[in-house]
Design a protein around this ligand. Structure first.
Ligand code: ATP
Length: 312
């Protein structure tokens, strides 16, 4: 069984004050893009995981844990426990999504493993893990995992896991500029709290994303470009000032919108069409601060079976 799952970019990330449970309330508008990790799942004697680079992709898979810290492994164990079976599968994760890049690659792998293991072990006639149950397991693994199952464009409230679909008249054409070395999501949130406590940035909460929803519905890339926003951007730039040069380079190349994706360090650039995205990617690839510039389109579908084992 091969399942692929998409990367996400946050079109708007409104971050509320720190809650007592250590999380922040979010208004998190996710948009899935056509940059996919694949998880190949095969029955085996015991649970095993391997991580490799998707051919042609420039990702540093050396940072990805190959033990129970891997989110796909956690997903396989959760599905097995829920269905009362042994988690006897070999997981091969083929990564194209940047690691620790703010595009939720680990969450995509978890969503793919959830779907694959449910297909492998559940009874299709009387499934225990219907869509709602799978979404529940996804939220147990992490705030970004439910969205990787669903795909498209959606707003996540709470920690980002309470999802509602958002109407979007795409396609929208993007370029993602990756950077060497990741950024830790908790470190970026901590820096955001620090900057707010120091009065260096304002926290505007509650967050109104009405202008973004209107832009998405209009399908107009110019309007969408002006409506993008990320409350974590100042923190990501504070920890990685070189991202400022990347954002400037994309704007100089004519991007209609430019922002840090999630907690970074990947930067996202909105283009007018596919040809424009190719040109923006070419300009970005020449920058010292950019490791790779990858065009992709959104909204993309959520986790889906690519090729069942019987077809191979
Ligand atoms: P997000 O945007 O959801 O905060 P991210 O895109 O910045 O996440 P990920 O690539 O999802 O970052 O991974 C962050 C960390 O999670 C990695 O540094 C790695 O240690 C760990 N991790 C666990 N499982 C995986 C996986 N399958 N792929 C990548 N990283 C994983």
């Amino acid at each position: 069984m091969i399942v692929r799952a998409p990367a996400k970019v946050n079109l708007r990330l409104g971050v509320g004050p720190l809650r007592d449970d250590g999380y922040h309330d979010l208004v998190n508008v996710f948009h899935a893009v056509s940059l996919f990790d694949e998880v190949v799942v095969e029955p085996a004697d015991r649970l095993a995981v391997e991580v490799e680079r998707m051919p042609g992709a420039r990702v540093d898979v050396g940072q990805v844990p190959c033990d129970d810290r891997n989110l796909a492994v956690r997903a396989a164990r959760l599905v097995a426990a829920r269905l009362g079976v042994e988690p006897a599968v070999a997981l091969r994760i083929r990564k194209a999504i940047p690691v620790a890049g703010g595009m939720a690659g680990g969450s995509a792998d978890a969503a793919a493993a959830l779907l694959a293991c449910a297909r492998l072990w559940d009874d299709p006639a009387t499934p225990i893990l219907d869509r709602a149950a799978l979404l529940g397991l996804a939220a147990e693994i992490g705030s970004d995992v439910p969205f990787a199952l669903v795909g498209g464009t959606a707003v996540g409230l709470g920690r980002g896991e309470r999802l509602t679909a958002v109407a979007a008249n795409g396609p929208f054409h993007w370029v993602f500029a990756t950077a060497d070395g990741g950024l830790s999501t908790p470190a970026v949130y901590a820096e955001c709290d620090r900057l707010r406590a120091a009065g260096a940035v304002d926290a505007v909460w509650p967050h109104d994303a009405g202008d973004l929803y209107a832009a998405l519905e209009s399908g107009d890339a110019d309007v969408l470009g002006a409506a993008l926003g990320n409350d974590l951007e100042a923190a990501a730039l504070s920890l990685r000032p070189a991202l400022g040069a990347t954002l400037d380079a994309g704007k100089r190349a004519g991007a209609l919108g430019a922002l840090v994706s999630g907690s970074g360090p990947t930067c996202a650039f909105l283009a007018a069409d596919a040809g424009h995205a190719e040109r923006v990617a070419e300009a970005l690839a020449a920058e010292d601060t950019v490791a790779a510039a990858v065009p992709a389109a959104g909204p993309a579908p959520g986790a889906a079976v690519v090729r069942p084992a019987a077809d191979r």
